[in-house]
Design a protein around this ligand. Structure first.
Ligand SMILES: [Zn+2]
Length: 97
């Protein structure tokens, strides 16, 4: 999968004047690719899971956000851990009473 260098949107294969291009589903940014890359994309497109992903992205492109960075994942996991610890703490305190 390739993501737009401008907005981070998902790039999907498109045809433009006999050239193979990838087009951003969010901002419409077009990037020319080699025939080889386009062929790889066509292979990817055949997989049902990927097709679903692309369709979903196109349908909900207004809400679609760029993929999370590893830092964001880490932060989310950290927050989740804190919530769990709080719940556990509350439970322990409740037992003491
Ligand atoms: Zn874009």
């Amino acid at each position: 999968m390739k993501f737009c260098p401008k907005c981070g949107g998902l790039m999907i294969p498109a045809k433009q004047e006999n050239k193979s291009v990838l087009k951003c589903t969010r901002c419409g940014h077009v990037e020319e690719v080699s025939a080889e890359t386009a062929r790889e994309y066509r292979l990817v497109e055949r997989s049902p899971a990927e097709e679903r992903t692309i369709t979903t992205s196109v349908v909900s492109k207004a809400k679609w956000k760029p993929p999370k960075t590893s830092e964001e994942w880490e932060q989310e996991r950290e927050e989740y851990r804190e919530i769990l610890q709080e719940l556990l703490q509350q439970e322990l305190e409740g037992l003491e009473e």
